[in-house]
Design a protein around this ligand. Structure first.
Ligand SMILES: [Zn+2]
Length: 239
């Protein structure tokens, strides 16, 4: 049962900042590490979410497709779902989600996943278009992102929480992706309001970190001059 307490991570948040966007793990291999997850896409070709073993890709134009086995991603988290679920809970917005969890659990300093499934009054997401080499930085890429909003819909949020102390390494705080039940909207979750449904929380004891040891761009890159924390905060947290 080790797998239920292990969070898998391929790549790092730090790699994405200077534009190391090559996909270095494919979906087929990724699914051996979990049936649930969120990540980016090769060349930042959209935002991905794995829900109940189905890998979905939300592209820059908002279209949703099933990612095929050979599609690759540069940065992703995955795990095997074993959430402790509370039914029929109401959460006002993204901020309130964190407030609720930390009020009831002493989880500030651990790794955990959150899954919401139910009705939302409003959801705002974003995705990005595939970039080509030489890749721009994350901040430059984020300027061309597209945002999507929808009201009165049902859907799923999958999120991972890393303590702020780990923010160079992943995305400090909550990193969440969304997919609506009808797959009409999805992507990187910016905010939501009026959630009513089920809240699942799963904590991890172990982190299984995999680095792209065969990727020349990664091996050659000098991270010294990248202001990683500032760039991740700017690109990931703006709402
Ligand atoms: Zn994201």
């Amino acid at each position: 049962m080790t797998s239920k307490i292990t969070l898998f991570q391929h790549g790092t948040g730090a790699m994405i900042v200077p534009g190391l966007f090559d996909g270095t793990i494919d979906i087929q291999e990724l699914l051996t590490h979990g049936d649930t997850g969120i990540g980016s896409g090769d060349g930042l070709d959209g935002e991905s979410i794995i829900n109940n073993g189905t890998p979905l890709l939300i592209r820059g134009d908002g279209s949703v497709t099933i990612a095929d086995d050979h599609f690759t991603v540069p940065f992703v988290n995955a795990h095997f779902a074993a959430y402790s679920t509370i039914n029929n809970i109401q959460i006002n917005d993204f901020q309130s989600l964190g407030n609720y969890i930390f009020k009831h659990h002493q989880y500030q300093n651990i790794l955990f996943s959150v899954k919401l499934h139910g009705q939302f009054e409003w959801v705002k997401t974003r995705s990005v278009f595939k970039q080509s080499k030489p890749y721009p930085s994350l901040v430059a890429t984020a300027k061309s992102e597209k945002r999507f909003e929808s009201q009165h819909l049902s859907g799923t949020v999958i999120a991972y929480y890393y303590p702020d102390a780990f923010s160079k390494f992943a995305v400090g705080g909550f990193h969440a992706h969304f997919i609506s039940d009808d797959q009409s909207i999805g992507g990187h979750l910016m905010n939501f309001s009026g959630f009513n449904g089920d809240l699942g929380i799963q904590k991890f004891k172990k982190l299984d970190l995999e680095l792209p040891i065969d990727n020349a761009d990664y091996l050659n890159h000098d991270f010294k001059n990248d202001d990683i924390e500032a760039a991740i905060n700017q690109a990931e947290r703006e709402s």
